[in-house]
Every structure is written in C-alpha cells, then in structure tokens.
Design a protein around this ligand. Structure first.
Ligand SMILES: Cc1cc2nc3c(=O)[nH]c(=O)nc-3n(C[C@H](O)[C@H](O)[C@H](O)COP(=O)(O)OP(=O)(O)OC[C@H]3O[C@@H](n4cnc5c(N)ncnc54)[C@H](O)[C@@H]3O)c2cc1C
Length: 461
C-alpha cells in the first residue's frame, strides 16, 4: 500500500493532523494506522467500580480518539499547563493553534459549552496560603459530548477518504527511496505501507515505539522528568467553591521539607476514579460526566510530585513504571487504595475500615498501604500538599479522604526536533509521545501545526 502521509496513532493529535491535511488539500492521500479499536468498539470490560482485567489493548487508553476518548473532555485553552508549546513555538503561534483546536471542535459540536474563566478571588485565596492557582480558560465538553464530537470528526475523515486502519500496529519504520516503509501488523498478518511523509502520534502508550525509532535513526533523546503521585477522592462539596467558579482548579505548591514542586491537577467534579492499563501496568486516573444524572457525590484529582533526574540516569519512565509495577504487586495486581487517616497513622487500610468510610470509593481497588511502595520523598510531598490544600478547601485532609496509588505521568523522552517537530527528514513527532504535550488541546494543536507545515502553509500568519 502507498500513501502520501501516514499517521501512526488515531488520538486527538493524529485526528487533528488528518483533519487539517484534508482541509488544506482534499486530494492528499492520508492513512491513519491505529493499533486499538474503532471508537464505537472500544469497551472497558471492567466498567464502573470493577477491577481491571488486563486487556492486551487497553480500550481506555488506545483506539480511535486515543487516550482522551472517555475523558472528561476538558480542553485547556492556554499554555500555562498541558505542555510546553508556548516555549516551543512562542506564545502567539502556540495560542493560534490551541484556539484552532477549539474552532475545529466547535464546528463539530452542537450546543458548544461556554468557557470557564479564571477567578481573581480564588487566585488570591491560594496565594495567601502559599499555593499558586494556575490561570487558564477551560472548555469543558464532558465525557459524552467529547465522545460524540470525536465520532463526528472521525466520520468527517471517513467521508474525506482518509484511509483509517484499526487493530493495526506499526512495529517498525525503515528508510526507503523517496520516503519510509512501515511494517504493520494486523493480528497475525503483516504488510508494508510506503509513505512519503510520516507523522508519529503514538501518545504516551507508544513511548517504547518512539524510543526504538529514535535509537534506530540516531535521533537525540533528552530525558527530563517524571511525576509520581496519587489520585485523591473526597466528597464533592469540599471543592465546590472552586469547581463552581472555575470548573477545574490546577494548583502548584512548593513543599516545606524538600522544597519540591507538586501539583494538583485533573480535577473531576462529581466524577469517578478510573484504572488505566498501560502495557500491563495499572495506574489510577479520573473522569466525570457532564450530565447531572451521571454525577457521583465525590470529586477526585491527582497530586503529583515531580522528580528531575540529572547526570547519567536517563530512564525516568522505567523508574516510575517500576514503582507502579511494585504497587500492582503489593496490590494483588491492582491499584492500592488507602484512607488518608490510615496513611498518616502508619497503618494499612483494610476492608473493614474502608467499608465504614464516609467517602465511598468509585473504583474497586485493593485496600492497602501506599507507604510500602511510594518513595519517602514523593510521599512526604504528597502529604504536605494535602495539608496545604486543606487550607483553601477545608476537609481535604480528612481521615476519610481516599488516596489511590499510583498515578504517574511520564514525559521523559523528548527527542530533538528542527523547531517544527520534525525529528528527521519528513518524520514529525507530535502529541504526548513527543514529551512536549500533556493534554488534549496542545496535542491537537501540534497536529494542526504539522499539517500546515506539510502543506507549506505559513504557520506564523
Ligand atoms: C482517563 C483520562 C482522562 C483524561 N482527561 C483529559 C482531559 O480532560 N483533558 C486533557 O487535556 N487531557 C486529558 N487526558 C490526557 C489526554 O487524553 C492526552 O493528553 C491526549 O489523548 C494525547 O493525545 P495524543 O494524540 O498525543 O495521544 P493518544 O490519545 O494517547 O493517542 C495515541 C494513539 O496511538 C496509538 N498507538 C500507539 N502506538 C501505536 C503503534 N505502534 N501503532 C499504531 N497505533 C499506535 C494508541 O493506541 C493511541 O490510540 C486524559 C487521559 C486519560 C487516560
């Protein structure tokens, strides 16, 4: 098979790239190679409040619409977090493409929701307590609207004759005359796809694919940092002042003992804690629905402690994965859940104490002790952050607050590029797999940007 542009990965980065390529030039041949399922066929067998059953391809993180398919659909329309596109492209160009994603979504979405804007009053309250509330406008689609919008974009791409392969994994890339030969496998069958240009949009779950590609072609990779933490769940009412005013509080803190930076992020009002399976390692996450009838009485968010590696150590992802693997080992193959009151008293949570808890867990996890796995420094940072957040949202540090471990964020491999995300001739690396983005808006924005570059458009205009 031959194509002009092959895109590996059908997440938001890949979809936005395909969309813009076709908008720019309807005759261009585009093929998307996605190892997961079509959007409608993505089902997590665990469902609500059941343990992960370790599927070979996780339907939560992989398949058309990518890791964001069942997410809360929070589109952060700025550069303060969610990636470093602002640093890479400059604020003006980055914002042009981030707003471009918002425009594309709006064009496919009925009843497009209004923006949540930042609040001066809450910013001040945080500052007075040594906390920094990050300032950003947020468009909250909610899980269902986000899903439907992705469905419509995929339908548009089908009508625009984008060749969309599913259940098809790209396993290797070779340089050929005039382009690249991709070896792809569909079940037991394999074939080659020849492409002139390649967009790699494999997300976090494709980290090993990207490192193998970079090693093979001698692309320099910069290891930077990794975030280790927990998902925190409590009664929704505790954070309602924030969620009603700004929808999603994202807060930074500098811890007292180590002066490390921690962050509270990915807040879900009335939400559910979820498990995700990244290549056999189960970690925590969270989401929520926009519809009032689907809300729980809890809210959840992540608290992450950043670890920066210096010197010769360049395997931060593997380091964090080993912690998560150990957590699964101690948690009988699952995530561990612990009451905050048990953690600070140095005892494990058991079924009895969990059963009597006022916060009812929305994910079935293994009751246990996070402190037997989490590094002392990360755990100290997390505990201090919980006490700091308690000052602006009293009740956060209640005994019955639940902590699920672990939740890690990996963005260690950051291959060098030419300023336009081209890592070698005609190969572009975009989205979360590039180490540059950490969210839907910026990943999608990178897709729009490289599509414009490929079509020779003026990205500065
Ligand atoms: C539960 C959850 C909730 C989230 N909520 C939000 C939110 O509300 N707001 C926000 O901004 N971000 C959120 N995120 C993060 C967001 O989903 C990601 O930042 C975003 O999906 C990154 O997009 P991407 O296209 O770079 O990668 P992905 O969405 O990860 O897509 C990559 C795709 O590539 C495929 N792939 C990987 N390797 C190969 C290969 N070798 N061959 C073929 N296909 C391959 C994968 O199957 C996957 O479908 C959430 C993530 C999760 C898991």
């Amino acid at each position: 098979m031959r194509t002009q542009v092959a895109i590996i990965g059908g997440g938001i980065g890949g979809l936005m790239a395909a969309y813009r390529l076709k908008k720019n030039d309807p005759s261009i041949e585009v093929t998307i190679i996605e190892r997961g399922y079509e959007l409608e066929k993505r089902h997590c067998p665990a469902g609500h409040n059941k343990a992960c059953v370790h599927c070979k391809i996780c339907s939560i993180t992989g398949g058309y619409a990518g890791a964001g398919a069942f997410s809360d659909g929070k589109f952060n329309l700025g550069t303060a977090y969610g990636g470093s596109m602002g640093e890479e492209l400059g604020e003006r160009v980055a914002m042009k493409y981030i707003n471009g994603v918002d425009d594309v979504l709006a064009s496919f979405s009925e009843d497009y929701p209004p923006l949540y804007r930042s609040s001066e009053e809450l910013k001040l309250k945080c500052l007075q307590n040594n906390l920094r509330l990050l300032d950003m406008n947020v468009r909250h689609l909610g899980t269902d609207k986000n899903f439907k919008t992705m469905q419509k974009i995929i339908e548009y791409l089908g009508n625009a004759k984008v060749n969309m392969l599913s259940g098809t994994e790209c396993v290797s890339v070779d340089k050929t005359e005039g382009g690249y030969a991709l070896k792809v496998e569909t079940g037991k069958n394999s074939q080659e796809i020849f492409t002139e240009k390649l967009i790699v949009a494999t997300g976090r779950s494709g980290a090993s694919f990207v490192s193998a590609l970079c090693e093979k072609f001698g692309v320099t990779m910069n290891a930077n940092s990794v975030d280790i933490g927990v998902r925190v769940e409590m009664k929704d009412i505790i954070w309602r002042e924030f969620s009603e005013k700004i929808y999603e509080p994202k807060i930074l803190y500098r811890t007292k003992t180590f002066e490390d930076r921690t962050r509270m992020f990915c807040f879900n009002q009335g939400g559910l804690v979820s498990a995700e399976n990244n290549n056999g390692i189960i970690t925590a996450n969270g989401h929520s629905f926009a519809e009032p009838e689907k809300k729980t009485e809890n809210c959840n968010f992540a608290i992450l402690s950043s670890i920066h590696f210096k010197g010769n150590f360049n395997k931060p992802t593997e380091y964090a994965q080993n912690i998560a693997r150990n957590m699964n080992f101690a948690g009988d193959g699952n995530i561990i859940v612990q009451r905050f009151g048990d953690l600070i008293r140095g005892r494990r949570t058991n079924d009895h104490r969990l059963g009597a808890n006022t916060v009812i867990p929305t994910l079935r996890a293994f009751p246990g002790d996070l402190s037997i796995v989490l590094p002392y420094r990360a755990l100290t940072n997390i505990i201090e952050t919980i006490y700091a957040l308690d000052k602006v949202a009293p009740g956060t540090a209640n005994d019955d607050t639940l902590l699920y471990g672990c939740e890690n964020k990996y963005y260690s491999i950051r291959p060098e590029h030419n300023g336009s995300f081209e890592i070698m001739e005609n190969v572009y690396l975009i989205g979360d797999g590039s180490g540059i983005t950490r969210g839907l808006s910026q990943s999608g924005a990178m897709g729009l940007f490289v599509a414009d570059k490929i079509c020779g458009k003026d990205t500065e205009a």
